[in-house]
Write a protein that binds this ligand. Structure first.
Ligand code: K1U
Ligand code: ZN
Length: 167
């Protein structure tokens, strides 16, 4: 297994649109294992392939406290959305920034697992938020892009300052 480097906003590669996975084969299963290791190490509760500079539709999520309930979504599609909820979100590609975003509070989604089995799932609360946040990554969208231009430029300035401090 390998820890993969995570791209940081405003890296242009975070804006690439991910292609559907054609064949769920050993290469994709290795990518899933590496993404899971990277997410657990960060630590985070989700990760999209876009964030590790792989532009294919693969997401991993684990909301469990025991960190042993990995959920894999390959070629995910949202079939239905209901309601609205505000949630404070974070992002491994925007370290140290937490902002409130409004999203659907209930979704029905379809995806393939790492064995190539299609499944559907209904989600609410944090799981619904996390799936939507990760699916946005696959579309090249980062959560801070829901905020005002002023907030976005303040966030970019803060991230650059933090990067300079870390050198
Ligand atoms: O996409 C990502 O960068 C992962 C992101 C997922 C997410 C969090 C909150 C709302 C929506 C989506 C994160 O995991 S940020 C880190 C985080 O939330 C966390 C880290 C450790 C323990 C608990 C939460
Ligand atoms: Zn994110």
């Amino acid at each position: 297994m390998a820890l993969l480097p995570i791209l940081h906003y405003p890296d242009e590669r975070l804006h690439r649109v991910a292609a559907p996975v054609g064949d769920i084969n050993d290469r994709i299963r290795q990518l899933v294992r590496d993404m899971a290791e990277t997410m657990y190490a960060a630590p985070g509760i989700g990760l999209a392939a876009t964030q590790v500079d792989v532009h294919e539709q693969v997401i991993v999520i684990d909301l469990s406290e025991t960190r042993d309930r990995l959920q894999v979504f390959i070629n995910p599609v949202i079939l239905e959305r209901r309601g609205e909820a505000e949630f404070e979100e974070g992002c491994l590609s925007v370290p140290g920034i937490y902002e409130t975003v409004t999203r659907a509070n209930w979704i029905r989604a379809e995806a393939f697992d790492a064995q190539g089995q299609r499944f559907t799932l209904e989600a609410d609360g944090l799981l619904a938020v996390c799936i939507q946040h990760e699916m946005d990554h696959l579309q090249g969208r980062v959560f801070v892009e829901y905020l005002s231009r002023l907030k976005q430029s303040r966030i970019v300035a803060k991230l650059k300052k933090n990067q300079r401090r870390a050198l």
